[in-house]
Design a protein around this ligand. Structure first.
Ligand code: PLP
Length: 468
Protein backbone atom coordinates (compact mmCIF):
# COMPACT_ATOMS: atom_id res chain seq x y z
CA UNK A 1 0.00 0.00 0.00
CA UNK A 2 1.29 3.47 -0.80
CA UNK A 3 2.49 5.37 2.28
CA UNK A 4 1.35 8.95 2.92
CA UNK A 5 4.90 10.12 2.27
CA UNK A 6 5.05 8.13 -0.96
CA UNK A 7 1.78 9.72 -2.12
CA UNK A 8 3.00 13.21 -1.23
CA UNK A 9 6.26 12.64 -3.09
CA UNK A 10 4.09 12.12 -6.16
CA UNK A 11 6.02 12.89 -9.30
CA UNK A 12 9.38 13.26 -7.58
CA UNK A 13 12.15 11.87 -9.77
CA UNK A 14 15.90 12.39 -9.66
CA UNK A 15 18.74 10.91 -11.59
CA UNK A 16 21.69 12.52 -9.82
CA UNK A 17 22.29 13.33 -6.15
CA UNK A 18 19.24 11.23 -5.49
CA UNK A 19 19.53 11.06 -1.69
CA UNK A 20 20.01 14.86 -1.42
CA UNK A 21 17.14 15.51 -3.78
CA UNK A 22 14.86 13.19 -1.83
CA UNK A 23 15.88 14.79 1.47
CA UNK A 24 15.17 18.26 0.02
CA UNK A 25 11.80 17.15 -1.22
CA UNK A 26 10.80 15.66 2.14
CA UNK A 27 11.98 18.83 3.88
CA UNK A 28 9.78 20.93 1.57
CA UNK A 29 6.77 18.71 2.29
CA UNK A 30 7.40 19.15 5.99
CA UNK A 31 7.87 22.92 5.86
CA UNK A 32 4.78 23.15 3.73
CA UNK A 33 2.88 21.19 6.38
CA UNK A 34 1.96 18.35 4.04
CA UNK A 35 3.95 16.02 6.25
CA UNK A 36 3.16 16.95 9.83
CA UNK A 37 5.57 17.30 12.74
CA UNK A 38 5.67 14.03 14.65
CA UNK A 39 4.34 11.98 11.73
CA UNK A 40 5.93 8.56 11.38
CA UNK A 41 7.73 8.14 8.06
CA UNK A 42 7.97 4.78 6.29
CA UNK A 43 10.87 2.50 7.15
CA UNK A 44 13.90 2.66 4.86
CA UNK A 45 13.04 -0.72 3.42
CA UNK A 46 9.38 0.17 2.76
CA UNK A 47 10.16 3.54 1.17
CA UNK A 48 12.91 1.99 -0.96
CA UNK A 49 10.45 -0.56 -2.30
CA UNK A 50 7.76 2.04 -2.87
CA UNK A 51 10.01 4.46 -4.73
CA UNK A 52 12.02 1.81 -6.56
CA UNK A 53 15.31 3.04 -5.06
CA UNK A 54 18.02 1.33 -3.09
CA UNK A 55 17.72 1.11 0.66
CA UNK A 56 21.12 2.83 0.95
CA UNK A 57 19.73 5.87 -0.87
CA UNK A 58 16.77 6.16 1.49
CA UNK A 59 19.05 5.66 4.50
CA UNK A 60 21.29 8.48 3.23
CA UNK A 61 18.31 10.79 2.68
CA UNK A 62 17.07 10.15 6.23
CA UNK A 63 20.60 10.74 7.54
CA UNK A 64 20.77 14.08 5.76
CA UNK A 65 17.42 15.07 7.24
CA UNK A 66 18.44 13.91 10.69
CA UNK A 67 21.66 15.91 10.57
CA UNK A 68 19.60 19.09 10.06
CA UNK A 69 16.94 18.22 12.59
CA UNK A 70 14.13 17.42 10.15
CA UNK A 71 13.68 13.86 11.34
CA UNK A 72 14.24 12.15 14.65
CA UNK A 73 15.12 8.47 14.69
CA UNK A 74 14.59 6.45 17.81
CA UNK A 75 15.09 2.78 18.26
CA UNK A 76 11.72 1.08 18.36
CA UNK A 77 9.63 4.01 17.13
CA UNK A 78 11.19 4.49 13.71
CA UNK A 79 11.69 7.75 11.85
CA UNK A 80 9.47 10.72 12.67
CA UNK A 81 9.22 14.11 11.02
CA UNK A 82 10.52 16.94 13.17
CA UNK A 83 11.52 20.58 13.00
CA UNK A 84 15.01 21.76 13.91
CA UNK A 85 15.04 23.29 17.37
CA UNK A 86 15.16 27.00 16.76
CA UNK A 87 18.05 28.39 18.68
CA UNK A 88 17.13 31.80 19.87
CA UNK A 89 19.86 34.37 20.37
CA UNK A 90 19.85 36.02 23.74
CA UNK A 91 18.83 39.65 23.39
CA UNK A 92 21.78 42.03 23.32
CA UNK A 93 22.85 42.98 26.83
CA UNK A 94 21.91 46.46 28.00
CA UNK A 95 24.74 48.83 27.23
CA UNK A 96 25.71 47.04 24.03
CA UNK A 97 25.41 49.40 21.15
CA UNK A 98 22.83 47.24 19.42
CA UNK A 99 19.36 48.43 18.43
CA UNK A 100 16.91 45.58 18.52
CA UNK A 101 14.05 46.06 16.08
CA UNK A 102 12.98 42.43 16.40
CA UNK A 103 10.82 43.74 19.21
CA UNK A 104 7.88 46.03 18.59
CA UNK A 105 6.87 47.29 22.00
CA UNK A 106 6.01 50.64 23.49
CA UNK A 107 7.63 49.66 26.80
CA UNK A 108 5.96 49.88 30.16
CA UNK A 109 3.04 52.19 30.83
CA UNK A 110 3.93 55.20 33.00
CA UNK A 111 1.41 54.29 35.72
CA UNK A 112 2.71 50.75 36.09
CA UNK A 113 4.72 51.28 39.24
CA UNK A 114 1.87 53.03 41.05
CA UNK A 115 -0.56 50.33 39.86
CA UNK A 116 1.77 47.66 41.25
CA UNK A 117 1.84 49.35 44.64
CA UNK A 118 -1.95 49.61 44.70
CA UNK A 119 -2.22 45.97 43.58
CA UNK A 120 -0.41 44.83 46.73
CA UNK A 121 -3.48 45.69 48.81
CA UNK A 122 -5.65 43.55 46.59
CA UNK A 123 -3.13 40.73 46.74
CA UNK A 124 -3.17 40.89 50.55
CA UNK A 125 -6.87 39.95 50.42
CA UNK A 126 -5.99 36.79 48.50
CA UNK A 127 -3.22 35.53 50.69
CA UNK A 128 -5.48 33.16 52.63
CA UNK A 129 -6.59 31.36 49.45
CA UNK A 130 -4.76 28.46 47.72
CA UNK A 131 -3.78 30.92 44.97
CA UNK A 132 -4.24 28.67 41.93
CA UNK A 133 -6.19 30.65 39.41
CA UNK A 134 -6.99 28.43 36.44
CA UNK A 135 -9.54 30.74 34.84
CA UNK A 136 -8.43 34.04 36.37
CA UNK A 137 -9.55 36.33 39.18
CA UNK A 138 -13.29 37.09 38.93
CA UNK A 139 -12.67 40.85 39.12
CA UNK A 140 -10.20 40.75 36.25
CA UNK A 141 -12.49 38.60 34.14
CA UNK A 142 -15.29 41.07 34.86
CA UNK A 143 -13.13 44.02 33.72
CA UNK A 144 -12.13 42.23 30.51
CA UNK A 145 -15.75 41.24 29.83
CA UNK A 146 -16.86 44.86 30.37
CA UNK A 147 -14.31 46.06 27.85
CA UNK A 148 -15.72 43.66 25.22
CA UNK A 149 -19.23 44.83 26.02
CA UNK A 150 -18.10 48.46 25.58
CA UNK A 151 -16.56 47.55 22.21
CA UNK A 152 -19.90 46.15 21.02
CA UNK A 153 -19.70 42.48 22.02
CA UNK A 154 -21.79 41.69 25.10
CA UNK A 155 -19.67 39.34 27.20
CA UNK A 156 -20.14 37.53 30.47
CA UNK A 157 -17.13 37.07 32.82
CA UNK A 158 -17.71 33.30 32.55
CA UNK A 159 -16.65 33.58 28.91
CA UNK A 160 -13.17 34.80 29.84
CA UNK A 161 -10.08 32.82 30.77
CA UNK A 162 -7.12 34.92 31.95
CA UNK A 163 -3.80 33.68 30.55
CA UNK A 164 -0.13 34.55 30.80
CA UNK A 165 -0.09 36.59 27.59
CA UNK A 166 -1.54 36.04 24.13
CA UNK A 167 1.03 33.46 23.05
CA UNK A 168 0.14 31.36 26.06
CA UNK A 169 -3.53 31.85 25.24
CA UNK A 170 -2.92 30.41 21.78
CA UNK A 171 -1.06 27.45 23.30
CA UNK A 172 -4.07 26.69 25.50
CA UNK A 173 -6.50 27.09 22.58
CA UNK A 174 -4.42 24.71 20.46
CA UNK A 175 -4.20 22.20 23.31
CA UNK A 176 -7.99 22.21 23.52
CA UNK A 177 -9.00 22.54 19.87
CA UNK A 178 -5.95 21.86 17.68
CA UNK A 179 -6.23 18.91 15.28
CA UNK A 180 -2.92 17.31 14.37
CA UNK A 181 -2.66 16.57 10.66
CA UNK A 182 -5.39 19.05 9.64
CA UNK A 183 -5.00 22.32 7.76
CA UNK A 184 -4.85 25.72 9.46
CA UNK A 185 -5.26 28.94 7.48
CA UNK A 186 -2.84 31.72 8.40
CA UNK A 187 -2.28 35.12 6.93
CA UNK A 188 0.78 35.74 4.82
CA UNK A 189 2.54 37.55 6.45
CA UNK A 190 1.64 36.59 10.01
CA UNK A 191 3.00 36.56 13.56
CA UNK A 192 5.91 34.06 13.41
CA UNK A 193 5.51 32.44 16.82
CA UNK A 194 1.83 31.74 16.22
CA UNK A 195 2.75 29.93 13.00
CA UNK A 196 5.43 27.99 14.89
CA UNK A 197 2.85 27.00 17.53
CA UNK A 198 0.45 25.79 14.83
CA UNK A 199 3.19 23.75 13.18
CA UNK A 200 4.32 22.24 16.45
CA UNK A 201 0.79 21.06 17.12
CA UNK A 202 0.85 19.28 13.76
CA UNK A 203 -1.11 21.68 11.56
CA UNK A 204 -0.52 22.13 7.87
CA UNK A 205 -0.33 25.86 7.23
CA UNK A 206 -2.34 27.29 4.37
CA UNK A 207 -1.33 30.92 3.73
CA UNK A 208 -3.70 33.63 2.55
CA UNK A 209 -2.36 37.05 1.52
CA UNK A 210 -2.70 40.35 3.39
CA UNK A 211 -1.19 43.67 2.32
CA UNK A 212 -1.08 47.10 3.98
CA UNK A 213 -3.10 48.80 1.23
CA UNK A 214 -5.57 46.13 0.10
CA UNK A 215 -5.92 44.16 3.34
CA UNK A 216 -7.21 40.61 2.93
CA UNK A 217 -8.04 38.99 -0.37
CA UNK A 218 -11.53 38.03 0.80
CA UNK A 219 -12.15 35.68 -2.13
CA UNK A 220 -8.87 33.85 -1.59
CA UNK A 221 -9.61 33.48 2.10
CA UNK A 222 -13.12 32.17 1.53
CA UNK A 223 -11.90 29.83 -1.21
CA UNK A 224 -9.15 28.49 1.10
CA UNK A 225 -11.80 27.64 3.68
CA UNK A 226 -14.07 26.01 1.13
CA UNK A 227 -11.39 23.98 -0.63
CA UNK A 228 -9.19 23.01 2.33
CA UNK A 229 -11.85 22.69 5.06
CA UNK A 230 -9.23 23.70 7.63
CA UNK A 231 -9.69 22.75 11.28
CA UNK A 232 -8.96 26.34 12.20
CA UNK A 233 -7.91 29.71 10.91
CA UNK A 234 -5.60 31.98 12.91
CA UNK A 235 -6.24 35.63 12.03
CA UNK A 236 -5.10 39.02 13.29
CA UNK A 237 -8.07 41.05 12.14
CA UNK A 238 -7.22 44.39 13.80
CA UNK A 239 -4.01 46.30 13.07
CA UNK A 240 -2.62 43.08 11.71
CA UNK A 241 0.99 42.39 12.71
CA UNK A 242 2.96 43.10 10.55
CA UNK A 243 0.88 44.89 7.85
CA UNK A 244 -1.27 47.13 10.07
CA UNK A 245 -4.40 46.22 8.06
CA UNK A 246 -7.85 45.97 9.66
CA UNK A 247 -10.51 43.64 8.30
CA UNK A 248 -13.75 45.49 7.41
CA UNK A 249 -16.92 44.44 9.25
CA UNK A 250 -18.59 43.07 6.13
CA UNK A 251 -15.64 40.77 5.47
CA UNK A 252 -15.77 39.58 9.08
CA UNK A 253 -19.43 38.68 8.74
CA UNK A 254 -18.90 36.87 5.43
CA UNK A 255 -15.91 34.95 6.78
CA UNK A 256 -17.72 33.97 9.97
CA UNK A 257 -20.60 32.58 7.88
CA UNK A 258 -18.26 30.59 5.62
CA UNK A 259 -16.28 29.28 8.61
CA UNK A 260 -19.49 28.08 10.18
CA UNK A 261 -20.35 26.21 6.98
CA UNK A 262 -16.89 24.62 6.61
CA UNK A 263 -16.62 23.69 10.30
CA UNK A 264 -13.54 25.91 10.75
CA UNK A 265 -12.78 27.32 14.16
CA UNK A 266 -11.78 30.98 13.83
CA UNK A 267 -9.10 32.01 16.31
CA UNK A 268 -8.75 35.77 16.18
CA UNK A 269 -5.75 37.37 17.85
CA UNK A 270 -6.66 40.84 19.14
CA UNK A 271 -3.28 41.64 20.68
CA UNK A 272 -3.02 44.72 18.46
CA UNK A 273 -6.74 45.64 18.45
CA UNK A 274 -6.36 48.84 20.45
CA UNK A 275 -3.30 50.25 18.66
CA UNK A 276 -5.21 52.96 16.83
CA UNK A 277 -3.52 56.16 15.67
CA UNK A 278 -5.97 57.62 13.20
CA UNK A 279 -8.10 54.82 11.74
CA UNK A 280 -11.17 56.78 12.60
CA UNK A 281 -13.54 53.81 12.97
CA UNK A 282 -13.76 51.01 15.47
CA UNK A 283 -14.87 47.64 14.20
CA UNK A 284 -16.76 45.45 16.62
CA UNK A 285 -14.73 42.47 17.85
CA UNK A 286 -14.80 39.55 15.44
CA UNK A 287 -17.08 37.39 17.57
CA UNK A 288 -19.84 40.01 17.20
CA UNK A 289 -20.15 38.78 13.61
CA UNK A 290 -20.24 35.03 14.24
CA UNK A 291 -18.52 32.27 16.21
CA UNK A 292 -14.85 32.95 16.93
CA UNK A 293 -12.46 32.48 19.80
CA UNK A 294 -10.78 35.78 20.65
CA UNK A 295 -7.32 36.16 22.15
CA UNK A 296 -6.24 39.40 23.82
CA UNK A 297 -3.25 40.79 25.69
CA UNK A 298 -2.01 43.66 27.86
CA UNK A 299 1.45 43.37 26.28
CA UNK A 300 1.10 46.12 23.72
CA UNK A 301 -0.94 48.59 25.76
CA UNK A 302 0.61 48.18 29.22
CA UNK A 303 3.76 46.05 29.20
CA UNK A 304 5.07 42.80 27.73
CA UNK A 305 6.67 42.11 31.10
CA UNK A 306 3.27 41.86 32.74
CA UNK A 307 2.48 38.59 30.89
CA UNK A 308 -1.28 39.06 31.07
CA UNK A 309 -3.57 37.96 28.27
CA UNK A 310 -6.93 36.29 27.91
CA UNK A 311 -9.23 34.14 25.84
CA UNK A 312 -12.87 35.03 25.12
CA UNK A 313 -14.93 32.01 24.08
CA UNK A 314 -18.35 30.46 24.47
CA UNK A 315 -19.03 28.85 27.85
CA UNK A 316 -18.74 25.28 26.58
CA UNK A 317 -15.47 26.17 24.90
CA UNK A 318 -14.21 27.64 28.18
CA UNK A 319 -14.97 24.28 29.81
CA UNK A 320 -12.75 22.57 27.21
CA UNK A 321 -10.03 25.18 27.75
CA UNK A 322 -10.17 24.60 31.49
CA UNK A 323 -9.79 20.89 30.83
CA UNK A 324 -6.73 21.38 28.63
CA UNK A 325 -4.90 24.01 30.67
CA UNK A 326 -3.61 22.05 33.69
CA UNK A 327 -1.25 20.02 31.49
CA UNK A 328 0.37 23.34 30.48
CA UNK A 329 0.27 25.36 33.70
CA UNK A 330 -1.91 25.86 36.75
CA UNK A 331 -2.87 29.48 36.40
CA UNK A 332 -1.59 33.00 35.90
CA UNK A 333 0.28 34.68 38.77
CA UNK A 334 -2.03 36.61 41.09
CA UNK A 335 0.08 39.72 41.58
CA UNK A 336 0.17 40.34 37.82
CA UNK A 337 -3.59 39.84 37.67
CA UNK A 338 -4.08 42.37 40.47
CA UNK A 339 -1.90 44.86 38.59
CA UNK A 340 -3.92 44.27 35.41
CA UNK A 341 -7.15 45.08 37.28
CA UNK A 342 -5.67 48.43 38.31
CA UNK A 343 -4.48 49.15 34.77
CA UNK A 344 -7.78 48.29 33.12
CA UNK A 345 -9.35 51.01 35.28
CA UNK A 346 -7.08 53.46 33.44
CA UNK A 347 -7.63 52.29 29.88
CA UNK A 348 -8.26 55.75 28.43
CA UNK A 349 -4.94 57.07 29.73
CA UNK A 350 -3.11 53.91 28.62
CA UNK A 351 -4.51 54.14 25.12
CA UNK A 352 -3.87 57.88 24.77
CA UNK A 353 -0.23 57.36 25.66
CA UNK A 354 0.12 54.39 23.27
CA UNK A 355 -1.41 56.39 20.40
CA UNK A 356 0.98 59.25 21.01
CA UNK A 357 4.01 56.97 21.02
CA UNK A 358 2.90 55.19 17.84
CA UNK A 359 2.22 58.50 16.07
CA UNK A 360 5.75 59.72 16.84
CA UNK A 361 7.28 56.36 15.93
CA UNK A 362 5.44 56.28 12.62
CA UNK A 363 6.70 59.77 11.73
CA UNK A 364 10.27 58.77 12.65
CA UNK A 365 10.13 55.66 10.41
CA UNK A 366 8.64 57.68 7.52
CA UNK A 367 11.35 60.36 7.89
CA UNK A 368 14.05 57.70 8.13
CA UNK A 369 12.88 55.96 4.97
CA UNK A 370 12.78 59.23 3.06
CA UNK A 371 16.24 60.22 4.29
CA UNK A 372 18.08 56.90 4.05
CA UNK A 373 16.26 54.49 1.75
CA UNK A 374 15.37 56.61 -1.28
CA UNK A 375 12.57 55.12 -3.37
CA UNK A 376 11.24 52.93 -0.55
CA UNK A 377 7.78 54.21 0.37
CA UNK A 378 6.14 54.29 3.78
CA UNK A 379 3.03 52.09 3.55
CA UNK A 380 -0.34 53.45 4.67
CA UNK A 381 -0.73 52.60 8.34
CA UNK A 382 -3.46 54.10 10.49
CA UNK A 383 -2.20 52.14 13.52
CA UNK A 384 -0.54 48.94 14.61
CA UNK A 385 2.92 47.94 15.69
CA UNK A 386 5.06 48.21 12.61
CA UNK A 387 5.43 49.37 9.04
CA UNK A 388 5.49 46.53 6.51
CA UNK A 389 7.81 48.07 3.98
CA UNK A 390 8.09 46.94 0.35
CA UNK A 391 11.80 47.13 -0.51
CA UNK A 392 11.12 46.83 -4.23
CA UNK A 393 13.20 43.64 -4.64
CA UNK A 394 14.10 40.42 -2.80
CA UNK A 395 16.63 42.04 -0.49
CA UNK A 396 15.25 41.70 2.99
CA UNK A 397 17.46 38.85 4.21
CA UNK A 398 20.61 40.42 2.79
CA UNK A 399 19.58 43.78 4.27
CA UNK A 400 19.01 42.21 7.70
CA UNK A 401 22.46 40.63 7.59
CA UNK A 402 24.06 43.91 6.58
CA UNK A 403 22.11 45.73 9.30
CA UNK A 404 23.38 43.29 11.90
CA UNK A 405 26.95 44.16 10.93
CA UNK A 406 26.01 47.76 11.78
CA UNK A 407 24.48 47.02 15.19
CA UNK A 408 20.85 46.79 14.12
CA UNK A 409 18.72 43.66 14.53
CA UNK A 410 15.89 43.51 12.03
CA UNK A 411 13.97 40.31 11.28
CA UNK A 412 13.91 39.54 7.54
CA UNK A 413 10.56 39.43 5.73
CA UNK A 414 10.52 35.62 5.27
CA UNK A 415 10.38 35.23 9.06
CA UNK A 416 6.76 36.39 8.76
CA UNK A 417 5.83 33.92 6.06
CA UNK A 418 4.58 30.35 6.36
CA UNK A 419 6.64 29.23 3.39
CA UNK A 420 9.85 31.29 3.45
CA UNK A 421 8.74 33.85 0.84
CA UNK A 422 8.26 37.65 1.29
CA UNK A 423 11.92 38.61 0.90
CA UNK A 424 10.72 41.88 -0.65
CA UNK A 425 9.49 43.10 2.71
CA UNK A 426 10.89 44.33 6.00
CA UNK A 427 9.00 44.95 9.23
CA UNK A 428 10.06 48.17 10.90
CA UNK A 429 8.47 48.82 14.33
CA UNK A 430 6.86 52.20 14.94
CA UNK A 431 6.91 51.64 18.70
CA UNK A 432 10.30 52.98 19.68
CA UNK A 433 11.30 56.46 20.79
CA UNK A 434 11.85 58.79 17.78
CA UNK A 435 15.55 59.33 18.61
CA UNK A 436 16.26 55.61 18.73
CA UNK A 437 14.24 55.06 15.56
CA UNK A 438 16.19 57.80 13.78
CA UNK A 439 19.48 56.11 14.68
CA UNK A 440 18.12 52.70 13.64
CA UNK A 441 17.03 54.12 10.27
CA UNK A 442 20.48 55.66 9.74
CA UNK A 443 22.05 52.23 10.33
CA UNK A 444 19.53 50.62 8.03
CA UNK A 445 20.38 53.22 5.39
CA UNK A 446 24.09 52.34 5.68
CA UNK A 447 23.25 48.66 5.19
CA UNK A 448 21.01 49.57 2.24
CA UNK A 449 23.75 51.54 0.49
CA UNK A 450 26.29 48.75 1.10
CA UNK A 451 23.85 46.18 -0.30
CA UNK A 452 23.33 48.20 -3.44
CA UNK A 453 27.07 48.75 -3.78
CA UNK A 454 27.46 44.96 -3.88
CA UNK A 455 29.21 44.66 -0.48
CA UNK A 456 28.75 41.25 1.14
CA UNK A 457 27.60 41.02 4.76
CA UNK A 458 29.93 39.16 7.15
CA UNK A 459 27.51 36.26 7.77
CA UNK A 460 25.34 34.37 5.33
CA UNK A 461 22.66 33.20 7.79
CA UNK A 462 20.54 35.10 10.26
CA UNK A 463 20.50 33.68 13.77
CA UNK A 464 16.93 33.33 14.91
CA UNK A 465 15.61 35.80 17.44
CA UNK A 466 12.24 35.99 19.09
CA UNK A 467 10.07 38.42 17.12
CA UNK A 468 7.43 40.29 19.09
C1 PLP B 1 -0.31 39.31 16.93
C2 PLP B 1 0.45 39.02 18.19
N1 PLP B 1 0.04 38.01 18.97
C3 PLP B 1 0.67 37.72 20.11
C4 PLP B 1 1.78 38.43 20.51
C5 PLP B 1 2.43 38.06 21.80
O1 PLP B 1 1.69 38.62 22.84
P1 PLP B 1 1.98 38.30 24.36
O2 PLP B 1 3.15 39.13 24.78
O3 PLP B 1 0.72 38.70 25.06
O4 PLP B 1 2.24 36.84 24.49
C6 PLP B 1 2.24 39.49 19.74
C7 PLP B 1 3.44 40.23 20.10
O5 PLP B 1 4.02 40.93 19.32
C8 PLP B 1 1.55 39.79 18.55
O6 PLP B 1 1.94 40.79 17.75
Amino acid sequence: MASRLGTQLGEWRATTAVAQSLADRIRMLLLDGRITVGERLPSERALAAELGRSRATIARAYELLEARGYVVRTHGSGTRASLPARRIQRPAAAGDDVIDLTIASVGSAPGLHAATVRALDRLAGLLGTPGYSLDGLPELRARIAERYTERGLPTDPEQIMVTSGAMHALTVVLAAFGERGRAAVVEQPSFPHAMDALRRTGHRLVPTPVTPDAGWDANHLVESLRSQRPALAYLIADFHNPTGATMPELERARLAAVARATGTLLVVDETCAELDIDRGWTPRPFAAHGPAILIGSMSKIAWGGLRIGWIRAEREQVAALLGARPSIDLGTPLLEQCIAIELLDEMDALLARTTERLREGRAAVADGLAAHLPGVAMPPMPGGLAAWVDLGGPWSTALSLGARDRGLLLPPGPRFSASGVLDRFARIPITWEPELTAEAMARLGAAWRALHAGELPSATRMASTAVV
